[in-house]
Design a protein around this ligand. Sequence first.
Ligand code: NAD
Length: 291
Amino acid sequence: MRSLMNARILDGKALADRLRGEMTSEIEALRARHGRAPGLAVIIVGDDPASHVYVRNKKLACEKVGIRSFTHALPADTSQQHLLGLIGELNQDPRVDGILVQLPVPTHIRPDAVIEAIDPAKDVDGFHPYNLGRLAARQPALRSCTPAGCMKLIEETGVNLHGKECVVVGASNIVGRPMALELLLAGATVTVCHRFTQDLAKHVARAEILVAAAGKRGLIRGEWIRPGAIVIDVGIHRLEDGRLTGDVEFATAAERAAWITPVPGGVGPMTITMLLANTIQAFRTHLGDET
Ligand code: NAD
C-alpha cells in the first residue's frame, strides 16, 4: 500500500548521537585541562522497575561520553530527612558537578522538598524554582532537559520561531511550563493547553509548532494537525505488546505535518542528551571554565 506520509522525520536518535559525539571530545579536553571528568550523582529511592531502567540508561549515557557517574540506590523506606542529608553532602562534594534525583519518589517524600534541597548550580534536571525562574526572566541557567531537547529538535528544521503560532499541550512543571517559556524566549506566540482547556482541537489546529506533552495516549488526532506543522511528541506510553507510542496519532498526523518526531527515537534520546549537556555546563561553572 502506498504510504500517505508527507512529513519528514525529526530523528532525535541521530541528533542525540551527533551531539554526544561532540560532547565526548569536549569532555576529553576538559579532563585534560582540569585533571578530572565532570561528575553526575544520581539518586534513586525504591524499586520501581521503570525508574531503575531510566537510571541505568543515564549511567550508560554518562560512561559513553566520559562523564563520571555516582549512583546512590536507597531503599523505598528511606526517610525524607535522610534523603535531604545525602543531597546536602553531594551539594558539598567537589567531585560532583550535577545531582539528579530520579522521580517519582515514594509518597512519604515531598518531591518539591527534594528538588529545592539541590544546589541550583548542580540542578542538572533544571527543575529547581531558581532555574525555572531564570528561564522565565529570560536569563536561562540550567534548563529543563526535555524542553531543551525539544528546542534542539525544532532548531533542526531550520524554522525561525519569531512570531510563530506555538501550542503546548500540557502544563507540568517539568515539561509543559518550561517548554512554553523556551518558546516564548525564542520569540514565538505561545498558547498553553491543559486539562481544563476547552476545545483542544481548535487550539491544535492553529499550531505551526505543536508540542504534545499531556501524557494521554493518542490524545492529539491526526486530523487536527495544521498542514505543514512541526509536531513534537513528548508523550511515552507502553502498549500491551511492549511497543512505545506517544500522545499524537502518528500515521494520520504524518499525512499533514511537515516534520514529526517518532516515538520512540524522537524526544526521549534528546532528554538524556540535554542532561549530559547540563552536567558539562555545571562542571564548567563549578570550575570557572568559560572557554
Ligand atoms: P503530567 O501528568 O505531570 O502533566 C500532564 C499535563 O497535561 C498537565 O498539565 C495536564 O493538565 C495536561 N493534560 C492532561 N490531560 C489533558 C487533556 N485531555 N487535554 C489537555 N491537557 C491535558 O505529565 P508530564 O510529567 O508533563 O509528562 C507528560 C508526558 O510526557 C508523559 O507521557 C511522560 O511519560 C512524557 N515524558 C517524556 C519525556 C521524554 O523524555 N520523552 C520526559 C518527561 C515526560
